[in-house]
Design a protein around this ligand. Structure first.
Ligand code: FES
Length: 153
């Protein structure tokens, strides 16, 4: 963790980048209490400010997550184009609610605000990959493919 922090100047200006790096470095893809304390100490900010920042942005998590993170956009354009139906498909397929991780630790289901691709609503993001123009059938096909990929790991 120290090596990671040392690449950043000791300024709150870099807090978001630092939090991203700390979260990415954690196998369960969340910000541990130690990571939050280290970030606060590094940038010289109160821990409460760092926790406030980490809880404000939906891309950060303070609890362990799965190896793959599925984020479904729930902003109005995606909702109008059927995002709620997609969430239902995902809930049924994964057997979890939004904010939960599957028992095998593979998938975490999250909702998010606009992903910036409203022109292809409804949209979701799995890890760093964007998917748009989604239908229930397409979501099921994507999950089947990911499930197969994961089984071969
Ligand atoms: S509203 Fe869903 S991507 Fe913009």
């Amino acid at each position: 963790m120290r090596t990671l922090l040392e690449k950043y100047p000791r300024s709150a200006e870099y807090l978001l980048d630092i939090l991203h790096d700390l979260q990415d470095a954690e196998p369960r893809r969340y910000l541990t209490p130690e990571a939050l304390r280290s970030a606060a100490e590094h940038v010289g900010a109160p821990l409460s400010d760092v926790v406030g920042t980490a809880t404000f942005y939906s891309m950060f998590s303070l609890k362990p997550r799965g190896r793959r993170i599925i984020r479904v956009c729930e902003s109005p354009p995606c909702l109008l184009m059927g995002a709620e139906t997609l969430l239902d498909v995902l809930r049924r397929y994964l057997g979890v609610e939004v904010g939960e991780t599957t028992a095998d630790g593979v998938f975490t289901l999250e909702s998010t605000s606009c992903l910036g691709v409203c022109g292809v609503a409804p949209a979701m993001m799995i890890d760093e990959e964007l998917y748009g123009n989604l239908t229930a059938e397409r979501v099921a096909a994507i999950l089947d493919r990911l499930g197969r990929d994961d089984a071969t790991r």
